[in-house]
Design a protein around this ligand. Structure first.
Ligand code: IFM
Length: 462
């Protein structure tokens, strides 16, 4: 490809996955159920009643997957550690077999010349902790700090880059308000408690990782670009409420050491009770980061709307007087997400404008697209839509860097087609079609490596 953007030498290109989405081996090596096992095994929760029981069988096939990464030519691999494998009930001593699995994976990566980047929490909370209140209760944050200590002490010498939480928005709001992610709750204050305890857990994990001597530590947020549908005072205020719920609830405490000034307008009566916040929490949450991880996929257009539930006693935390409206006239991915690469540039430059020097270097820890891939007559998946998506988003990323945003790396989501949460296996984000359902036309297909070429060709020495 001739018009590929060129990135500075030292810029990290990688691919990402998450434990429950690829590992399988749900009952092996001492692993016990997480909230996602429970959720998937509750009929009707996940499309097709799919589960992560087997997923891509990465637990057994990780050497093949590391070989794929090596052939792809990436510098780094971002994976997540399953808490219920390492500390099955979420407290007490470590499970040696669980730690050993990740130790073997890390060694295999290092031998292949690939830098490991580990996420401590990509949503698989031990079910035993959910039974005691889950993220609604502060004890879960404390347990998370202890788990972080166990893992970091074991792997800090070989894993240079660490991420505390992946997309806490999904854990708090999809999990405890929308109910479309495990544990499937639909609550008001419970979800706000969860958001705060995730932040506290992040702070405790940062402390534990620093004590264990990790080289680089940060958090990954799925920041959204919330665009007002109408350029009116009401339309702009609705976009600010969406921004508060999606972004500011995390970026304000983490980057600026304060709670969002707009939280009262966003949550009204639900945020009046603040006993979940303790003195000293903001200092814990706002510890310096070595990088901010950002997962970015699409913009969201929002319009002003009344509460869906007028009675605050029955209102969920994501009912904030706005509604999403369709993005006009653009291509959509198989997730029905609009493809608007320039909004990626806008998100990053706006973040820089807002936080200035307080914004740490950025790692794009996920970006990619699910597409309606077709297996061609030659048995290959030629991926034109995914190639176009990645190409345009890498160009948009480079534009943000040219505008002064300090971005150090980019990880494609995802290495493998895998378990896409409540949507099961129907949505394919992978550079490799491993995680497809048995019997699907995609089984055994070979992905033509245009995407791979795209990733490695972008590195120049500018
Ligand atoms: O598959 C997910 C991933 O687990 C978290 N970020 C978004 C991806 C695509 O939906």
């Amino acid at each position: 490809m001739s018009d590929l953007p060129v990135f500075p030498s030292g810029f990290v290109f990688g691919a990402a996955t998450a434990s429950y989405q690829i590992e399988g081996a749900a009952h092996e090596g001492g692993r016990v159920p997480s909230i996602w096992d429970t959720y998937c095994h509750t009929p009707g929760r996940v499309d097709g009643d799919d589960t992560g029981d087997m997923a891509c069988d990465h637990y057994h096939r990780y050497p093949e997957d590391v070989a794929l990464l090596r052939d792809l030519g990436v510098d780094s691999y971002r994976f997540s550690i399953a808490w219920p494998r390492v500390q099955p009930t979420g407290s007490g001593p470590a499970n040696a077999k669980g730690l050993d699995f990740y130790s073997r994976l890390v060694d295999e990566l290092l031998e292949a010349g690939i830098e490991p980047a580990a996420t401590l929490y990509h949503w698989d909370l031990p079910q035993a902790l959910e039974d005691q209140g889950g993220w609604r209760v502060r004890e879960t944050a404390e347990r998370f700090g202890e788990y972080a200590q166990i893992v970091a002490e074991h792997l800090a010498d070989r894993v240079p880059r660490w991420i505390t939480l992946n997309e806490p928005w999904c854990s708090a709001f999809l999990g405890y308000s929308v109910g479309r992610h495990a544990p499937g709750a639909q609550e008001g204050t419970g979800a706000l408690d969860a958001a705060h305890h995730l932040l506290v857990g992040h702070g405790l994990a940062m402390k534990a990782m620093r004590a264990a001597g990790v080289r680089e530590a940060g958090i990954t947020l799925n920041l959204d670009r919330n665009v007002p549908a109408h350029d009116t005072p009401a339309g702009r205020a609705a976009a600010v409420r969406a921004d508060t719920q999606h972004n500011l609830v995390w970026t304000e405490p983490i980057l600026a050491g304060r709670y969002p000034a707009t939280e009262q307008d966003t949550w009204g009566e639900l945020i009046t009770r603040q006993d979940f916040r303790r003195e000293g929490d903001l200092d814990l949450i706002a510890q310096p980061l070595d990088f901010l991880g950002i997962n970015y996929y699409r913009p969201i257009v929002v319009a002003d709307a009344p509460y869906r539930e007028p009675d605050p006693a029955h209102r969920v935390a994501t009912d904030n007087r706005y509604q999403e409206v369709p993005y006009p006239d653009v291509r959509r991915t198989a997730m029905n997400w609009p493809v608007v690469p320039e909004s990626f540039t806008d998100l990053l430059t706006a973040l820089k404008d807002t936080y200035g020097e307080a914004l740490p270097p950025i790692q794009i820890t996920e970006n990619g697209s699910a597409e309606h891939d077709v297996v061609d007559q030659d048995g290959g998946v030629h991926d034109p839509d995914r190639v176009a998506y990645l190409h345009s988003h890498l160009t948009a990323l480079r534009a943000a860097m040219d505008a002064g945003v300090d971005v150090r790396g980019y990880y494609v989501w995802s290495l493998l087609d895998n378990f896409e949460w409540a949507l099961g296996y129907a949505k394919r984000f992978g550079l490799d079609p491993r995680g497809v359902k048995a019997g699907s036309a995609h089984q055994g297909a070979v992905r033509v490596p245009a995407v791979c070429a795209l990733v490695v060709e972008c590195v120049g020495d500018g």
